[in-house]
Design a protein around this ligand. Structure first.
Ligand code: HEC
Length: 327
């Protein structure tokens, strides 16, 4: 009798233990739910997540209103879109500790770029030590107007790097270094080339071709392709597909700017096809503006999102709204 009861107790306990273990295992495999609502209604919830190096982080992305997407800074994850009633599940594994920013690339509302959150990844491994960005090292004032001696830029043909290449061997070597490129605006190199004795026989349009050539030397076709992809995904909603400052939110931002008339408040998105504006900005300054954002103008900050390489690719791509590149 006794043994039978004992056996029953043993098996009951064994079964309960097994159920417990199975429940614990399946619970730990449960993905973490992240709800998304347009920025004005709260954005991502939770907006702060913890993870450990090397351990898979499973997320279930649930939309409570319209279509959204989940993108992760400092990674090559392609944005994952999800709609109401159609959650998406993803698994992330981090190989370095640090703070990663997640964000949306779907222009779900005017403030869509405010939909951001962080993943704090702890564990072994070197954290990325970031140097201060170039605009800080160069001491640039990001909020000042871009400056130049030249007032008007007019050309019948878009400056062409290919035509400029014909004069390649007459360009002073100092102007072909990457240090020169990052710290000078196209307008400044135009002025310097205009004064260069070797180029006295060229007309202004030919000098602009040389400027386009020098700018092309500082990028690569791979970077331009990458820059184009990043631009179309992250910037076109405001700056427009062709850079003309006419993205889907442009009219709304322009109307707010005109109504408020506040230089620190919302502005119309910059038109990169406007030569006088873009050609007066040096790459280091554009880098600063992209990393830091406009602080209230409606231009988001991207510092935690793009790698250095991606930021330079974006900058190179912006100038291609002015220059015709052969590659
Ligand atoms: C939500 C709208 C919005 C998005 C998205 C956006 N921008 Fe902007 N951007 C603006 C506005 C508005 C301005 C003008 C005000 C200012 O300069 O802060 C601006 C200005 C800029 C400037 C400064 C231009 C100059 O010469 O003064 C740069 C460079 C720029 N944006 C690059 C980008 C890039 C690159 C992206 C994508 C990675 C991007 N922007 C995405 C709204 C946006």
């Amino acid at each position: 009798m006794m043994t039978k009861t004992r056996r029953l107790i043993f098996w009951t306990l064994a079964c309960l233990a097994l159920i417990g273990i199975l429940a614990a295992v399946s619970f730990s495999r449960q993905p973490l739910s992240i709800h998304a609502r347009i920025a004005e209604d709260g954005g991502f919830m939770p907006a702060s997540i913890k993870a450990r190096v090397g351990e898979p982080l499973r997320l279930r992305l649930i939309s409570d209103d319209v279509e959204h997407s989940f993108a992760l800074g400092q990674s090559d994850l392609q944005p994952v879109t999800f709609k109401p009633g159609e959650p998406a599940e993803i698994e992330l594994i981090f190989d370095k500790p640090g703070t990663y920013t997640f964000y949306t690339t779907t222009p779900s509302s005017l403030n869509f770029w405010r939909m951001r959150g962080v993943i704090e990844v702890s564990g072994e491994g070197e954290t990325q030590i970031s140097e201060p960005p170039l605009y800080v090292r160069l001491g640039l004032d990001l909020d000042g107007e871009h400056e130049s001696e030249e007032e008007h830029v007019e050309w019948a043909n878009q400056p062409s790097a290919e035509r400029g290449a014909a004069f390649a061997n007459q360009i002073p070597a100092a102007m072909l270094t990457s240090n020169y490129y990052v710290s000078h605006s196209p307008m400044e190199i135009f002025d310097e080339l205009r004064r260069a004795p070797a180029l006295q026989s060229l007309n202004d349009e030919e000098i602009w071709d040389v400027v386009a050539y020098v700018w092309e030397q500082n990028t690569s076709s791979a970077a331009l392709v990458d820059g184009q992809r990043l631009y179309q995904t992250n910037c076109a909603a405001c700056h427009g597909k062709s850079g003309a400052g006419d993205g889907q939110f442009a009219d709304e931002m322009k109307a707010i700017a005109e109504k408020n008339n506040d230089e620190h408040g919302i502005q119309a998105p910059t038109d990169f096809t406007d030569a006088e504006h873009l050609l007066e900005a040096q790459p280091a300054k554009l880098q600063g503006l992209i990393l830091r954002g406009g602080m209230g103008t409606g231009m988001p900050m991207w510092g935690t999102i793009f790698t250095d390489e991606q930021t330079w690719a974006l900058i190179a791509y912006l100038y291609s709204f002015q220059f015709e590149y052969s590659q």
